[in-house]
Design a protein around this ligand. Structure first.
Ligand code: FEC
Length: 309
């Protein structure tokens, strides 16, 4: 059966413009509008980041185009057709499935642009995609994770090596600090694999890059009045400064693009805090449309095609 297979490429989504921040934030908060203060706080973070106001949109576009090209090379033109589905902005996940259905696609694979599984992240994307696919009679197979894909590990390890080389620090003076978006701590009671998978990715990258001095930390925790997974990067940096670490290479392993949580939370906030502690901080270049990352995605998509639930 050579009928085209739809590929729903899912990513977080970002506002269209500064005027769109309120609607975006309201969507993240499941329909509850932010207070004026919360809105101003988020808007000012978008204003502060470099690389364009909303770099995530363009980066996601480029990733989807590059994945399409890679799939064409591997499986022949037209075998796989990529569609975007964003979690909190248009085109939403449901819009992507609807577009497939309009185009007569009967089978689809879904993949999320983050490598590790959590019921609160990838699980949420796949649930919405699956429900939309059912409504449109599209058979759907979801990729749950690719956090140990050897080519992904290689791509990240190369960036760690490049980051250390650029800083010119010896392995004794520097430390690789892997990081990922925190989640509410209650996921631990749900036996969620998120934390384990993030540590597995970190360990594999450290091994591939030949790094023995590394740690993992959380970042970007929300303010919901409930506990989130810690330690947060600020606390971790305080500890490292006390241990006389001179240089930290932040290596996000749950994010794959340049976007707010990297360009603000690491490049502005964490960097400022580190410099107050007398600690030099840099971060690896994000994967964006790195050919090796595209290879890991394409391979995962092709592996999932055929396993329809
Ligand atoms: O550049 C951009 O415009 C978007 C950057 C962005 C990415 C991202 C990724 C993840 N999030 C995850 C979990 C949560 C949870 C909440 C939450 C809230 C926000 C807010 C903004 C935001 N997130 Fe995000 N996230 C990005 C942006 N995120 C803005 C709202 C203001 C704030 O808290 O700063 C809390 C929701 C709630 O209130 O109930 C939970 C996870 C990821 C990584 C996986 C993925 O990419 O899907 C997990 C990028």
């Amino acid at each position: 059966d050579q009928a085209p297979i739809g590929v729903l490429v899912m990513s977080y989504g970002t506002p269209e413009s500064l005027e769109g921040v309120e609607a975006y934030y309201t969507h993240i908060r499941r329909g509850h509008p932010p207070t004026d203060e919360q809105l101003e706080d988020l808007t000012s973070r978008y204003r502060a980041i470099v690389g364009g106001v909303f770099p995530l949109r363009e980066n996601t576009n480029r990733q989807v185009e590059a994945l399409q090209r890679r799939l064409d090379e591997l499986a022949g033109q037209g075998r796989y057709v990529c569609y975007q589905g964003l979690k909190h902005a248009a085109p939403f996940i449901e819009d992507g499935i609807e577009a497939m259905s309009r185009d007569g696609i009967e089978r689809a694979v879904g993949i999320v642009l983050t490598p590790q599984y959590s019921s609160m992240s990838v699980g949420g994307y796949l649930k919405r995609a699956r429900e939309a696919a059912e409504r449109h009679n599209v058979a759907f197979a979801g990729v749950e994770k690719y956090h140990l894909h050897p080519v992904l590990i290689e791509a990240l390890a190369e960036r760690v090596t490049a980051g250390l080389d650029k800083a010119g620090v010896s392995a004794d003076d520097g430390l690789v600090l892997f990081s990922a978006h925190s989640l509410p701590a209650r996921i631990l009671e749900m036996n969620d694999p998120y934390q384990d998978q993030l540590l597995e990715t970190s360990k594999a990258v450290a091994e591939a890059a030949g790094i023995s001095r590394w740690q993992f930390t959380w970042q970007s925790a929300g303010q919901t009045g409930q506990p989130w997974l810690g330690p947060d990067i600020v606390e971790t940096l305080n500890g490292l400064a006390k241990e006389n670490v001179k240089f930290v290479l932040v290596t996000p392993v749950g994010f794959v693009s340049d976007h707010l949580e990297v360009l603000y939370d690491i490049d502005i906030e964490a960097k400022r805090h580190a410099s107050e502690l007398g600690l030099a901080l840099d971060r690896i270049q994000m994967l964006n449309d790195d050919p090796k990352y595209m290879q890991a995605l394409a391979d995962s998509v092709i592996g999932a095609a055929g396993r329809y639930d």
